[in-house]
Design a protein around this ligand. Structure first.
Ligand SMILES: Cc1cc2nc3c(=O)[nH]c(=O)nc-3n(C[C@H](O)[C@H](O)[C@H](O)COP(=O)(O)O)c2cc1C
Length: 394
């Protein structure tokens, strides 16, 4: 619906509304609250909800529930919701109770979620995920996970028996790779049928796409390994496949160049050079936005380093969403500097369903309860209150 062609009249009306909105945001002194066009997505504000796994899907079918509709509906005032990492197929699974988008039951259940968000005026895209070698036989009926090469990523997988160490995977065959690209394409089409406004390719973390990008885990000698251009081929093929259902306009990409995990995921000079080249290469593919996670803060309360994001602003021609450790002040400063178009918030959105209201009204933010992040159930999920509209009225 947000990709609909507009008439001249509609364009003029939208431009007038944008000018008025921008003036309002300026009056609030918060560029974060001004509208923005992110590729196919027209946002009323630049406060994006980052994807957060909450492990609340129901049963063996990994189906989102009415609670998901309530949870995302509560957060519909976000400029854009990026819904939690969601499996593109059974091979992708690597964490308990995370939903999928590969069965008709899942598609129907997601339709209720997108329906509620749209009825409340929101926009929602779905993050597509595959854990690859970071899965565990417990998720795969006892079978070994598959990854770029037979190298243990030496990370941990959250199973029904708690966190478990990963194992040595089997190397994906050419047929496995083709099937995986096809799974992302089919999942993207399913997301469109489920009413999402687009999808985001989840390239962050220690999962499949990041494994292929990583020279320490990708020792392939075929077209998908050997040099940095080959290592990024899987991601680029996935982007192209996922873009098909959206006419080439509805696919965002999430990357974590600074991601560190154990010995094998590290942001050294070679990694950063690989990501520089990858981000430049994305310009030749149908990418609606690039969603970047910056380095972890050295200490809580420190401001994120805008230079980390600026590095990619210089290389990527499209809209850019920044993430990791931002608050109202640092996010407004980043938007004002021109180094990002929007900022995403994960932990703040968990505990503050009305985050945009709180930013607009200058209210305090609530803190989330980490103990209930992945526990299932309504507690710590749909019971965070909105702030009192009487606050600060004098
Ligand atoms: C509970 C939790 C679940 C997360 N799940 C995902 C996910 O599904 N996909 C993803 O790309 N990042 C995920 N992340 C990372 C966040 O999107 C984000 O990068 C991180 O929390 C830093 O942002 P913040 O400082 O605004 O919290 C998760 C983070 C948390 C705390």
């Amino acid at each position: 619906m947000y990709t609909a062609e507009t008439t001249d009249t509609a364009d003029t009306a939208a431009a007038t509304a944008d000018t008025a909105d921008a003036a309002g945001a300026t009056a609030l002194g918060q560029p974060l609250l001004s509208p923005a066009d992110l590729g196919a997505f027209r946002l009323p504000n630049r406060v994006v909800m980052a994807p957060v796994t909450r492990a609340r899907a129901a049963g063996d079918g990994l189906v989102p529930t009415a609670m998901h509709a309530a949870y995302y509906g509560q957060r519909a005032s976000a400029g854009l919701i990026i819904a939690e990492g969601t499996w593109v197929g059974e091979q992708a699974i690597g964490f308990v109770n995370v939903p999928g988008i590969y069965t008709e039951e899942q598609v129907a259940a997601w339709r209720r979620v997108t329906g509620v968000v749209h009825a409340l005026g929101g926009r929602i895209v779905l993050q597509l995920w595959h854990t690859g070698a970071a899965s565990h036989p417990d998720h795969l009926g006892g079978r070994r996970p598959a990854g770029p090469s037979a190298i243990n990523p030496r990370t941990r997988s959250f199973t029904s028996g708690g966190f478990k160490e990963t194992v040595t995977p089997r190397a994906m065959t050419a047929a496995d790779i083709a099937a995986t690209v096809a799974d992302f394409g089919a999942a993207s089409e399913n997301a469109r049928r489920a009413g999402f406004d687009g999808v985001e390719i989840g390239g962050l973390g220690s999962f499949l796409i990041a494994q292929f990008l990583n020279p320490r885990l990708n020792h392939r000698t075929d077209a998908y390994g050997g040099d940095r251009a080959a290592r990024r081929r899987l991601l680029l093929e996935i982007v192209d496949a996922a873009a098909v259902p959206w006419g080439g306009r509805g696919v965002g990409v999430r990357l974590g160049p600074y991601w560190t995990d154990g010995e094998l995921f590290r942001a050294d000079e070679e990694t950063l050079a690989d990501y520089d080249a990858l981000v430049s290469a994305l310009n030749d593919h149908p990418v609606a936005y690039l969603h970047l996670r910056g380095r972890d803060l050295a200490a809580p309360g420190e401001a994120p380093d805008a230079g980390e994001i600026a590095r990619y602003r210089r290389r990527f021609d499209g809209p850019l969403i920044a993430n990791n450790g931002y608050d109202r002040a640092s996010a407004n400063a980043l938007i004002a500097s021109g180094n990002a178009d929007a900022v995403s918030f994960a932990t703040h959105f968990i505990a503050n369903p009305d985050l945009v209201t709180r930013f607009a009204m200058g209210r305090e933010l609530a803190a989330g309860d980490r103990a209930t992040y992945y526990t299932g159930g309504a507690d710590g999920y749909v019971d965070y209150p909105i702030s009192d509209w009487r606050d600060g009225l004098g």
